[in-house]
Ligand binder design. Sequence first.
Ligand code: C5P
Length: 234
Amino acid sequence: GGARPLQGKRVVVTAGGTREPLDPVRFLGNKSSGKQGVALAESAMAAGAEVIFIHAHMDIAPPLNAKLHSVDTALELRAATLSAAAGADVVIMAAAVADFRPSTISTGKIKKRDNVADPVIKLVRNPDILVEVVAHRAAQNQSQLIVGFAAETGDADHDAHSYAQAKLVRKGCDLLVVNEVGPGESGAEKVFGQDGNQVEILALDGASPVQAAGSKRQVADAVVRVIAERLGTS
Ligand code: C5P
């Protein structure tokens, strides 16, 4: 293989954390920094790919030289991703997508004086974009490679690996990049916003898992290597 194994390939990368509005000034969000997604985009571009970078809220700047598309909510991310995926060789879903959104968005700011009792926020489920990308592939481009991400914790019943394996099968993506986060807040802090990462790359076809650790760029390079091998271009 050459130094640019993704030359001529179109790669969609999603990154950052969605924000689900409650009213004009408030939202439900998450701690995703966008760092792993930016590293993936940079690694794919270094390998010669043309990258479409679809990002929700991030703590850092998006990558230079990618085609950028900024979104706020899961529904916006879904529309942008399904549209970009239609012409892509590879889709990498590194975004932290809200599983639920407020069922209604107040047109005016929610005020204390309007709420005599403590207010209750009703949530509705967001679509699973990764599952939809997999479903669309069947009709459009059988050879498209789809990569998901998952942060997993183990518990008394099952370890993180077996939860991740079940998720891979449920979602139907080709590869699942798994962060094992420790129980509780302290483990999650090891992943969100940090520069280092440790992952296991699981394959739906049963190929041996690949371990990668180091900076988020080193992890991204490992993911890109596995992708290039799968495309037969490495
Ligand atoms: O279910 P979970 O959030 O752990 O799955 C993680 C993977 O699924 C990530 O690749 C994430 O981008 C994707 N996802 C999605 N749409 C959702 C929830 C997660 O595409 N609503």
